[in-house]
Design a protein around this ligand. Structure first.
Ligand code: B4P
Length: 195
């Protein structure tokens, strides 16, 4: 099994690149953002609770997202590997993920960190907000809040994995295909070592 985390601030292109990476490598795409939006569309109690946090630019409670990931892992027993997109976003989530994968005698192979500066992120999200219909894209104050939450709560997750020398930083500014090709080069290198 090869498990990959695509890491980076809100708007860094995790969702954009994940779509291309799962197609190339046949991994199961697990985006907690997508899973939460699906729950919201279905108007489940979980979706309704989560939306209150999302709309304020806050993180959804750890136990909710960890539960979702745990079920998704169990629902895909034959997966060749998983691409985690937007998860883990806190140290508690990272520790829970390590434990869940250990139960499956697996681990995170690589963390690709998309680096994009804050002004570019806000610009992208304002632009996305014009067409996405996403409530958390609607105004700039919420986006600034999301960047703040990222720095305080999510950035420490990178140190969690860099201690184990699993993190590779990639410049997330430029053409989408060019960034994709850099990500793929790092994955290929890692996979060839794993064989
Ligand atoms: P997510 O759905 O994870 O989304 P995101 O961080 O906003 O965006 P992403 O980085 O995927 O950017 P994208 O490719 O779309 O999170 C939404 C919310 O859900 C969170 O705020 C939180 O409340 C909650 N949540 C999710 N997971 C959670 C967890 N684990 N714990 C707690 N809460 C959780 O790209 C952004 C824009 O840039 C797009 O418009 C795209 O077209 C554009 N773009 C992409 N690449 C580009 C490039 N190279 N150049 C120019 N534009 C580019």
């Amino acid at each position: 099994m090869f498990n990959l985390i695509l890491f980076g601030p809100p708007g860094s292109g995790k969702g954009t690149q994940s779509e291309k990476l799962v197609e190339k490598y046949g991994l199961i795409h697990l985006s907690t953002g997508d899973l939460l939006r699906k729950e919201r569309q279905l108007k489940t109690p979980l979706g309704i609770e989560a939306q209150q946090f999302i709309d304020k630019g806050q993180l959804v409670p750890d136990e909710v997202v960890i539960g979702m990931i745990s079920s998704a892992l169990d629902n895909n027993p034959d997966a060749r590997g998983f691409l985690f997109d937007g998860f883990p976003r806190t140290e508690a989530q990272a520790e829970a993920l390590d434990k869940l994968l250990a139960l499956k005698r697996s681990e995170i192979g690589l963390v690709l960190f998309l680096e994009v500066n804050e002004e570019e992120l806000i610009k992208r999200l304002v632009h996305r907000g014009k067409t996405s219909g996403r409530t958390d894209d609607a105004d700039e104050a919420i986006q600034r809040k999301r960047q703040e939450v990222y720095k305080n709560e999510t950035l420490p997750v990178a140190s969690h994995y860099s201690k184990a020398k699993k993190v590779v930083n990639v410049n997330g500014i430029g053409e989408i295909d060019e960034i994709f090709s850099k990500l793929a080069t790092h994955i290929d290198k890692k996979m060839s070592k794993a064989v």
